[in-house]
Design a protein around this ligand. Structure first.
Ligand code: UD1
Length: 365
C-alpha cells in the first residue's frame, strides 16, 4: 500500500510523528508532502528533527495568505503531485487549510481519502477550522475518529458507515515524550526571561483569529493576563506577534513574559513545570489534561469536551467580562484531585490507524 500524508501546520506534525513511526514498522510506502503552510523553523523544522519524522518527500512551499489564497495554493500545487504518485490512500490530518486542500485534491482525482481526527465539532461556524473539518469529513472515505463523541457527531451527520474509532494519536506522542522528559534530568526548556520554573507560573498561548484579529479584544485579553497574580509565560505564535505589532499592542506587560513557540519536548517539559495552562489551542488543552495540569481555555466552546469533566478544563470566552478576582481564581485554580478518565485512548492509536487503512484498503470512491 502506498500512502501519502499531507501536512503543513504545527499540530499536524505532532500527529504525523506517531503515524510515520507506525508506517515505518510495516512494508507500506509512506510519503510525506509538506504544504508549506507553516514555514518558520520553530513552527515546522524543529518538529521534524525533534520528533524524528523523516524529511518531507515533497515540499509545496504554499506559505501564508488569506484562506482562499492559501487553500487554493495548496490545492493547485497538490494536483500534479497526487496525479503523478496515484497513492492507495491520501491521509489528511485535523482541520487546517492544508487538510481541506489535501482532501479536495484527492477526492477530485478519485483517490481514497482518510481523515485523521475526524468528527470533531465546535459548532462554531466563525472558526475556519470548523468549515475545514466538516467539509473534509463529508468528502473523505475513511473517517478515523479520536473519541466516542466524535463518532456520535459523524453518525449524526449520516457518516457512521465510513467512521472508525481509532483513538487519538496525540496521546501516543504526548505520553512517549512525557516519559522521555521525565527520564531526562537535563536542562529545563527555554522559558521566557523572567520566568523561574521553580516558582508557580502559568503557561499561555493565544493564536485563534477570534482572539487575535480584533485589536480591542486582543488588548482586553492581554490586559487580563497582565493582571494575574502569578507570572505568565506567553509562548507567542507568529499570528499573535504579527497582529499585536500591526495594532501597536504590547505583549509584554504586567505578569506577562513573552517567549517563542517551543519544540514539542520543550512544550511538554514546560507544561510539566507549570502550575497551569491558559490557551485557545486545541492541542494544548488536551496536553494539559494528559499531563495533569488545570487548563483555562479562552474560547466559548471546545471540541475536546472530555477535558471539561471534573474541572480539568474551564471555558472562559471573555476573561475581560469577569472581575479580576473571579478570573484569577479560575486561571490559577489547582489541578483537580479527581482521577482522570482515559477518553482519548491507550497511546496505541497510530498502529490502529495503519490497521484500519489496511482493512479498508480495497475501498474505492
Ligand atoms: C493554523 C491553523 C490552525 C492551527 C494553527 C496551529 C488554519 C485555518 N488554521 O493557524 O487550525 O491551530 O495553524 O499553529 O489552517 N505565520 C508566520 N510563520 C509561519 C506561519 C504563519 O509568520 O510559519 C504567520 C503569518 O502572519 C500568517 C499567520 O501567522 O498569516 C497565520 O498563519 P496561518 O497558517 O494562516 O494560520 P495559523 O494561525 O497558524
Amino acid at each position: 500500500m502506498k500512502v501519502i500524508s499531507i501536512v503543513g501546520a504545527r499540530p499536524q506534525l505532532v500527529k504525523l510523528a506517531p503515524v510515520a513511526a507506525a508506517f515505518a514498522q510495516t512494508a507500506h510506502r509512506h510519503l510525506i508532502v509538506h504544504t508549506g503552510q507553516h514555514y518558520d523553523a520553530d513552527l515546522s523544522d524543529v518538529f521534524f528533527s525533534g520528533l524524528g519524522i523523516p524529511d518531507p518527500d515533497i515540499h509545496l512551499g504554499a506559505g501564508s495568505g488569506s484562506h482562499g489564497v492559501q487553500t487554493g495554493a495548496v490545492l493547485s500545487a497538490l494536483d500534479p503531485v497526487l496525479s503523478a504518485e496515484r497513492p492507495d490512500w491520501v491521509l489528511v490530518y485535523g482541520d487546517t487549510n492544508s487538510t481541506l486542500a489535501g482532501a479536495l485534491s484527492a477526492v477530485k482525482q478519485h483517490l481514497p481519502v482518510a481523515h485523521l481526527e475526524a468528527g470533531l465539532r465546535s459548532f462554531n461556524r466563525r472558526m475556519p477550522e470548523e468549515h475545514n473539518r466538516v467539509l473534509t469529513d463529508h468528502c473523505a472515505d475513511l473517517l478515523l475518529a479520536p473519541t466516542e463523541e466524535a463518532m456520535r457527531h459523524l453518525a449524526n451527520e449520516g457518516l457512521a458507515h465510513r467512521s472508525e474509532l481509532a483513538g487519538d494519536v496525540m496521546v501516543d506522542i504526548c505520553l512517549k515524550v512525557r516519559d522521555a522528559v521525565l527520564a531526562d534530568a537535563g536542562p529545563l526548556p527555554s522559558l521566557p526571561d523572567g520566568i523561574d520554573p521553580a516558582q508557580p507560573f502559568l503557561l499561555a498561548t493565544l493564536h485563534r483569529p477570534d482572539n487575535t484579529d480584533d485589536p480591542a479584544r486582543l488588548s482586553a485579553i492581554l490586559a487580563t493576563l497582565a493582571r494575574l497574580p502569578v507570572p505568565v509565560a506567553l509562548l507567542a505564535h507568529p499570528r499573535l506577534v504579527a497582529r499585536a505589532e500591526q495594532h501597536g499592542i504590547k505583549l509584554e506587560q504586567g505578569a506577562v513574559r513573552v517567549g517563542t513557540p517551543l519544540p514539542y519536548a520543550g512544550l511538554i517539559a514546560a507544561v510539566l513545570a507549570s502550575s497551569g495552562v491558559v490557551t485557545d489551542s486545541g492541542g494544548l488543552q488536551k496536553e494539559a489534561f494528559l499531563l495533569g495540569r488545570a487548563c483555562t481555555t479562552v474560547r466559548p466552546e471546545t471540541e475536546w469536551i472530555e477535558t471539561l469533566e471534573d474541572g480539568w478544563n474551564a471555558l472562559v470566552p471573555s476573561p475581560q467580562d469577569l472581575t479580576p478576582t473571579e478570573w484569577a481564581t479560575i486561571a490559577t485554580r489547582p489541578a483537580p484531585a479527581a482521577a482522570r478518565a482515559t477518553p482519548y485512548g491507550d497511546g496505541r492509536a497510530a498502529q490502529r490507524v495503519v490497521q484500519l487503512m489496511e482493512r479498508a484498503g480495497g475501498l474505492q470512491p
